[in-house]
Design a protein around this ligand. Structure first.
Ligand SMILES: [Mn+2]
Length: 342
């Protein structure tokens, strides 16, 4: 039997037999105890590839576009490599015990349409692709792509009202113009998002900011809008629990987006990115922080800036894929808990 048929026939069977698929019709990853994880087609977390987000709670989607990159390009290749590395994910979160595929219907909806040679058309296509997911009632969990891809995503999830945002990054991404008068780069998405009324800046927290900047006062605009910037040095002093408690208090229970730029992690652990900055989070610190987002009122999330051309042995794509799994677990749990509460 060809591999793709094998994947399909096993797609509703999980490791504990038929229990989950009898309880519900949620998609299940291919059973790694029956089909080894290096075999078969590459989809996010070995879930079925589906043509739309209809019936899904959470849609895993690729945004293979780096048209906003100002330095080293390559994040356009991120989704494919994160799909590959995500085949290492298993079904159950080892700390929380969350079984995301049993409590939420999750699948890989493929990549949005992009245009690698036209920035504005690229942004338009990404927005249309994510808007279709949102219209189907699913939360997008996106794999970028550079950080400008988050802007068209926010245009869909914040269409009705501004949302809050927990933002892990080495960079604030709130600059104004590049190379003359160009408003759209991966260094500007959150300035544009605030101008467009997509973000409530008083409910935005940026964590892990560091590295040299273009000019003194570069972050003044962001802080004047009310954004809370937690520089890496403050994180080192306070630790994850304290910082995340503040982040949770700040965004509250209102709709919130989570964006995870892989360059928040130290380049010794995540070298495959376009704008690396030393002195970053360990992967373990990043996992600890994302786990503390449990129960958030998610409108979506993403992992961006994985640039495979600069990666070593897939380690950055693995970090990115694992952070997607961490995000998926807290998103699925939050959705299920909120439904149970009515
Ligand atoms: Mn960024």
């Amino acid at each position: 039997m060809p591999e793709f048929q094998a994947l399909r026939s096993l797609s509703n069977v999980n490791r504990s037999g038929m229990a989950a698929s009898m309880e519900n019709s949620f998609h299940q990853p291919v059973d790694a105890a029956r089909v080894p994880r290096f075999a078969g087609l590459s989809t996010f977390m070995r879930l079925p590839a589906v043509p739309s987000a209809k019936g899904l709670d959470i849609a895993l989607v690729g945004i293979p576009w780096d048209g906003g990159t100002t330095n080293r390009a390559g994040a356009r290749h991120g989704p494919r490599e994160m799909r590959n590395q995500s085949s290492l994910m298993r079904r159950v979160h080892h700390v929380s015990g969350t079984e995301p595929f049993s409590i939420a219907n999750v699948a890989d909806v493929g990549d949005v349409s992009v245009n690698p040679i036209n920035l504005l058309d690229g942004l338009k296509r990404i927005e249309e692709g994510i808007a279709a997911i949102v219209a189907d009632g699913a939360l997008p969990l996106a794999a970028g792509g550079d950080h400008l891809t988050t802007l068209p995503v926010l245009r869909t999830v914040a269409r009705k009202a501004p949302v809050g945002m927990v933002h892990f990054d080495a960079h604030s991404d709130t600059n104004d113009r590049y190379f003359g008068d160009n408003p759209y780069t991966h260094g500007t998405p959150f300035r544009r998002a605030i101008e467009e009324g997509l973000l409530d800046p008083k409910r935005v927290v940026q964590i892990g900011i560091r590295g040299s900047i273009y000019e003194p006062g570069e972050h003044d605009w962001a802080t004047s809008q009310g954004i809370r910037i937690i520089y890496m040095e403050e994180f080192v002093k306070r630790g994850a629990a304290s910082v995340m408690q503040e982040a949770r208090d700040l965004v509250g229970d209102s709709p919130t987006y989570v964006t995870f730029d892989i360059d928040c992690i130290d380049p010794s652990m995540a070298p495959g990115t376009g704008t690396p900055e030393i002195g970053g989070f360990t992967t373990r610190e990043a996992q600890e922080m994302v786990r503390l987002l449990d129960g958030l009122n998610f409108v979506g999330a993403d992992v961006v800036e994985v640039a495979p051309p600069f990666d070593l042995a897939g380690m950055t794509a693995l970090a990115g894929a694992t952070m997607m799994f961490e995000l998926l677990c807290v998103m699925a749990r939050s959705l299920a808990d909120r439904r149970a509460r009515g």
